[in-house]
Design a protein around this ligand. Structure first.
Ligand code: F6R
Ligand code: MG
Ligand code: MG
Length: 375
């Protein structure tokens, strides 16, 4: 039987409190989230779910048939985060309710603090999905990953070898400063695409589509907390959903960028460059200099609107980076971390002046202003 209703996967996340400091989300918060998700499954609002954490961020992975930006789904996520924040406050956890920047829900969690990646599609015969969730970095940290997966044949052989991918991919790129976006095709417009997405301070990828039929291939969160709150309130630790196989990049092509690490902005106080460290769920905790920025990668399959589950009804979730194949990247990442930390607060270890405008640094310099004398 072919499942005719479109399936939506929603990954909605927020930092609602952590222990100790900004390191990780403790069990009691995950349990509150589980209870809310379970109840929503029983009422039929969602079809299946998986709750996990990326460092201090609580992640709600849900499947349903209500489409993207659905008010009921977003309200469920908001109410779940509010309940978790209450629990965090009762335990006096650190940063309780940190990312919940509005007093009341108003239709869509976008612009209220939480990060959202959603993808709606007609199910194929079999639908593998890769879920990325990062801590201590920003949405444009995924720019390089998306380029490697969908536009670089040295990473994704399928761009050359699979006739279904010869058409290339179309990238929807957001200019976060000007709040406008542009669609660019690779390989046809690759250099223009790279000119934008290489500028990670300003441009971030929202969606990726296969060019010939505009089949949705990837969806990314693009929250800018500083723009919402008007001041630094933590990094916009991002999430991303990537569909795999059968005319889209394979699971192995999606993960192979992490044979080596690369540098992303964030880390301590959202103010430093650091290596993107791929880790399994057991190491989903930002311990060293509040990092290094960590990346979780989970593999699932979607069938008939649900996460494929075992006989007990528990979703089968494969912890991709919990594997020796990524040991080399981890070792190289820690070598990069060690070099960068030797620079202390000096650039280039610290972010550029432009990026620092969105941190707490300007407040430290206010008193110096009147002491400067004209040269
Ligand atoms: C980065 C982050 C942490 C904090 C740092 C200071 O996204 O969350 O690195 O910026 O631990 O935190 P406060 O100001 O809460 O003491
Ligand atoms: Mg935090
Ligand atoms: Mg975080």
């Amino acid at each position: 039987m072919i499942f005719m209703v479109k399936t939506t996967v929603s990954l909605i996340k927020a930092d609602v409190g952590s222990i100790p400091g900004h390191v990780t989300v403790p069990k009691p918060l995950l349990s509150v989230a589980e209870k809310h998700m379970q109840k929503a499954c029983e009422t039929g609002l969602i079809n299946s779910y998986y709750v996990f954490n990326a460092g201090d961020d609580l992640e709600l992975l849900m499947t349903h048939s209500k489409g993207e930006n659905n008010e009921d789904i977003h309200k469920l996520a908001w109410d779940t985060f509010m309940a978790c924040a209450d629990k965090a406050k009762s335990l006096k956890l650190y940063g309780a309710g940190q990312d919940l920047l509005a007093d009341a829900f108003s239709g869509n969690v976008k612009g209220m603090g939480p990060g959202v990646a959603e993808i709606e599609f007609n199910e194929r015969g079999s639908d593998p999905l890769i879920v990325f969730a990062a801590d201590k970095t920003e949405p444009s940290a995924f720019n390089y990953l998306m380029y490697k997966i969908f536009a670089d044949p040295s990473n994704t052989s399928g761009l050359v070898i699979d006739p279904r991918m010869l058409c290339g991919f179309t990238f929807d790129v957001l200019d976060a400063k000007a709040s406008k976006s542009v669609m660019l095709k690779a390989p046809e417009e690759l250099y223009s695409l790279l000119a934008l997405i290489g500028t990670t301070e300003q441009y971030m990828i929202k969606k990726v589509y296969r060019s010939d039929d505009m089949e949705p291939a990837a969806s990314l969160s693009t929250t800018k907390l500083a723009y919402i709150a008007g001041k630094y309130v933590g990094k916009d630790d991002p999430v991303c959903l990537v569909r795999a196989q059968s005319g889209l990049p394979s699971v192995g092509e999606i993960t192979s960028t992490f044979l080596h690490p690369y540098l992303v902005a964030g880390w301590m106080r959202g103010s430093h460059w650091g290596p993107f460290l791929p880790v399994g769920l057991k190491n989903s905790k930002c311990t060293l200099f509040d990092g290094p920025p960590r990346l979780i990668c989970l593999g699932v399959q979607i069938a008939n609107g649900k996460l494929v589950s075992d006989d007990d009804g528990k979703p089968i979730v494969i912890d991709i980076f919990d594997d020796p194949a990524f040991d080399l990247a981890r070792r190289e990442a820690m070598e990069l971390a060690s070099h960068l930390r030797r620079h202390g607060v000096f650039q280039p270890a610290r972010l550029s002046a432009g990026a620092m405008e969105y941190t707490t640094l300007p407040q430290c310099l206010v008193d110096l202003e009147s002491r400067f004398k004209k040269e």
